[in-house]
Design a protein around this ligand. Structure first.
Ligand code: GRF
Length: 196
């Protein structure tokens, strides 16, 4: 019997890459069914890229300021991703809105540090804290043309504690976020495999 198809994944990062690290660790088990074929970023000198390099994963950087327009950047990013022929793109702390070239060519999922549809955007943790919610969390969703508006795949709840700062709350959310992302990828690899 032919071996089951493995899910080829490109991960996009802009910062510390702890979600990426969780996926790298999970993917070290062949049973996980996921190959991280490349890690892309919109900026250099970030820990996310260093994590990929330490694990021998190819990297690429497509910096928006180096392109005359946002559309040109989007087209270049789509081409850089396509070069690795992924089945799926994971935006894991990638701090730019993806455009139609990327979204037209690839299935993209994103992790967001709030319980969507509440608190979309770049400051989901800060906004939830400022609102005074007692429970927040994280969401994994398919990326569409909106900002954090695509279909929800999974969520985890996190209680806000007295005295929480944006940083302390975000750290607890990220613990849940990493576990959620690994579980979602395991499910997708098991149910869709390559080309599903
Ligand atoms: C995550 O909470 C992600 O949802 C948010 O930024 C954080 C990235 O963390 N957009 P890391 O780079 O994976 O450590």
């Amino acid at each position: 019997m032919a071996p089951a198809a493995r899910l080829r994944v490109v991960v996009l990062v802009s910062g510390s890459g702890t979600n990426l690290q969780a996926l790298i660790d999970a993917a070290s088990d062949p049973g996980f069914g996921v190959d991280i074929v490349a890690v892309g970023a919109d900026r250099g000198r970030i820990e996310g890229l260093a994590r990929a390099e330490r694990h021998g994963i190819p990297t690429f950087i497509v910096r928006a300021p180096e392109f005359p327009t946002r559309a040109a950047w989007d087209t270049a990013l789509a081409a850089a991703i396509t070069a690795h022929a992924p089945d799926l793109v994971v935006s894991a702390g990638f701090m730019k809105i993806l455009g139609p070239a990327v979204l037209g060519a690839h299935r993209v999922l994103n992790t967001h540090p709030a319980l969507l549809p509440s608190f979309p955007g770049a400051h989901g943790v800060r906004d939830a804290l400022a609102h005074g919610v007692k429970v927040t969390g994280c969401t994994c969703h398919w990326v569409d043309a909106g900002v954090d508006t695509g279909p929800i795949i999974d969520q985890r709840a996190v209680r806000v504690q007295d005295g929480d700062t944006e940083e302390s709350l975000h750290e607890r959310i990220k613990v849940q976020e990493r576990a959620m992302l690994v579980e979602v990828l395991a499910r997708l690899a098991a149910t869709t495999g390559a080309g599903g």
